[in-house]
Design a protein around this ligand. Structure first.
Ligand code: HEM
Length: 492
């Protein structure tokens, strides 16, 4: 019959097989994952075709974590595009993942594909490579080594407070979010790239590149999360990001070369994170590619997180005058204006510690982290398959009212030693936990606390009519805010 209209049965057979194969492939690749967890009897929100659960309004982002924990409990499932993921929020189970069964959970799932020039970074590398590089870098972040970059931080604190006062005198208000960003950038550039942002053209080049990197489109990442193999075909969408990375890499290489020339010429170099890594390289412990990758990841993981933490704390203090006054009293007693700031001072300010901890609880800049299983395991009688991505919803845990009564309230007293002792240590994870926790934690805390002391020695923070209340928080690369945060200040 079909021969009458010029189509042979042979052609029809081939077309039918092709169509059936395509339907089968479509089913296998896109539809089957939707039922993966149903078969395993693991609860979770219903995934949608192509995008799974994590991009949906109801279950995606930081607020989705809170909703899901309430609805599905301590262990639920999701789909990151097509990738099955289990989400664990129970502190005891997390202790198992992050510490007790660490050897099975020592790697992360590669959500972000890194450009090859910076792919040897600590966040991304795996297994023995990670172990080796982490052990080389750990001493670089020790208290003694941190002391060596203290002058960089103190300088940046002075600049920050100078800028706040100037902006307030000119405008009667301050974009504290932006200024905290500049402060954090100044510290990380000086510490990890050895360049001074204000008066070094290379510093400005990296700053510009970083700004492009942090603001560039995530469409490629979104598509890659659905079909990972497509990422490399999307280079036209990631060109800006790749160029930005190349600029950052060029500067890092130039500074490394300059530092080596200095040493050959008998000059001494400043002691910062970069210098400590260069010294490790002299002993054959790191390659130049690895140093560049670490400088890059310190910028990526350390800039926005620390800046946001300081921005959120300033915002919370402005809105909570009683807490702010108590903190000012503590600062006035232990280190009044004019006292030389030092890292040692921080141990004398317990209320500052409580305030900063509570701020990181309410607004954890790294609001989700993950691990991946090497082999199948059982935790709390739940079977977790091999190669499974395990997500840890930090924001959801910090806002779980079973762990934190009145979770939206800013109550620094939650962090008195007595209150802390009553709580499971894995109910609070702003820096992750276990051997693969945040390596920059000590630097971040020091940087933020010294800035807060310097700020409150000089000014009082307060809300103005432009201050966003409530704060609209956006889950981007870090937990961020949409349009900056404007506050008022009064000089003391
Ligand atoms: C307030 C600021 C910061 C926060 C909230 C934060 C948070 C985190 C979190 C939650 C993780 C994952 C931990 C885990 O998976 O258990 C992490 C990892 C990491 N952070 Fe931070 N971080 C901050 C600042 C910094 C700074 C200043 C640096 C570096 C200069 C840094 C470098 C890193 C690196 C390299 C990793 C990967 C560690 C590894 O895999 O071994 N972070 N951070």
């Amino acid at each position: 019959m079909l021969e009458f209209i010029g189509i042979s049965t042979h052609t029809v057979a081939i077309a039918s097989i092709t169509i059936l194969s395509l339907i089968f492939a479509f089913y296998q690749y896109f539809v089957r994952p939707l039922y993966y967890f149903q078969k395993l009897n693991i609860p979770g929100p219903k995934p949608s075709l192509f995008f799974g659960t994590v991009f949906t309004k109801e279950y995606g982002g930081h607020l989705g974590q809170v909703r899901c924990i309430k609805k599905y409990g301590k262990f639920y499932s999701g789909l990151l595009g097509l990738k099955p993921v289990v989400i664990i929020s129970d502190p005891e189970m997390l202790k198992e993942v992050l510490v007790k069964q660490f050897s099975n959970f020592s790697n992360r799932f590669d959500v972000i594909p890194f450009d090859p020039a910076v792919s040897r970074n600590l966040l991304a590398i795996k297994d023995d490579d990670w172990k080796r590089i982490r052990s080389v870098l750990i001493p670089t972040f020790s208290a003694t080594k941190l002391k060596q970059i203290e002058p960089i931080i103190i300088d940046a604190c002075d600049t920050l407070v100078g800028k706040i006062i100037k902006e307030n005198r000119e405008n009667g208000k301050v974009n504290i979010w932006k200024l905290c960003g500049e402060y954090s950038m100044e510290v990380i550039m000086a510490a990890a790239f050895g360049v001074h942002v204000a008066d070094d053209a290379r510093g400005q080049k990296v700053c510009k590149a970083a700004a492009i990197f942090f603001s560039s489109s995530d469409i490629a990442l979104l598509i890659a999360s659905v079909v990972p193999s497509l990422y490399h075909f999307l280079s036209f969408l990631t060109r800006n990001r790749t160029n930005a990375v190349n600029h950052i890499v060029q500067v890092a290489r130039a500074v490394i070369a300059e530092r080596r020339r200095n040493l050959q010429n008998g000059l001494t170099n400043r002691r910062d994170l970069l210098q400590l890594m260069i010294e490790a390289a002299e002993n054959g412990k790191l390659t130049d590619d690895e140093i560049v990758s670490q400088s890059f990841i310190f910028l990526l993981a350390g800039y926005e997180t620390t800046s946001n933490a300081l921005g959120y704390t300033s915002y919370l203090l402005a809105l909570n005058p009683q807490v702010q006054q108590r903190l000012i009293d503590e600062i006035d007693e232990k280190c009044p204006k004019g006292t030389n700031l030092t890292i040692e001072l921080l141990s004398e300010l317990p209320y500052l510690d409580m305030v900063f901890n509570e701020s990181l609880r309410i607004y954890p800049p790294a609001y989700i982290v993950n691990r991946v299983t090497k082999h199948e395991t059982v935790i709390d009688e739940v079977k977790i398959p091999q190669d499974m991505m395990v997500a840890i919803p930090i924001y959801g845990i910090h806002h779980n009212d079973e762990l934190w009564p009145d979770p939206e309230k800013f109550i620094p007293e939650r962090f008195t030693p007595e209150e802390k002792a009553k709580r499971h240590p894995f109910a609070y994870l702003p820096f992750g936990n276990g051997p693969r926790n945040c390596i920059g934690m000590r630097l971040a805390i020091t940087e933020a606390k010294l800035a807060l002391i310097k700020i409150l020695q000089n000014i009082v923070l307060e809300p103005v009519k432009e201050t966003p209340i409530p704060l609209e928080v956006e889950p981007k690369f870090t937990l961020s805010v949409a349009n900056g945060v404007i506050i008022g200040v009064k000089e003391r």
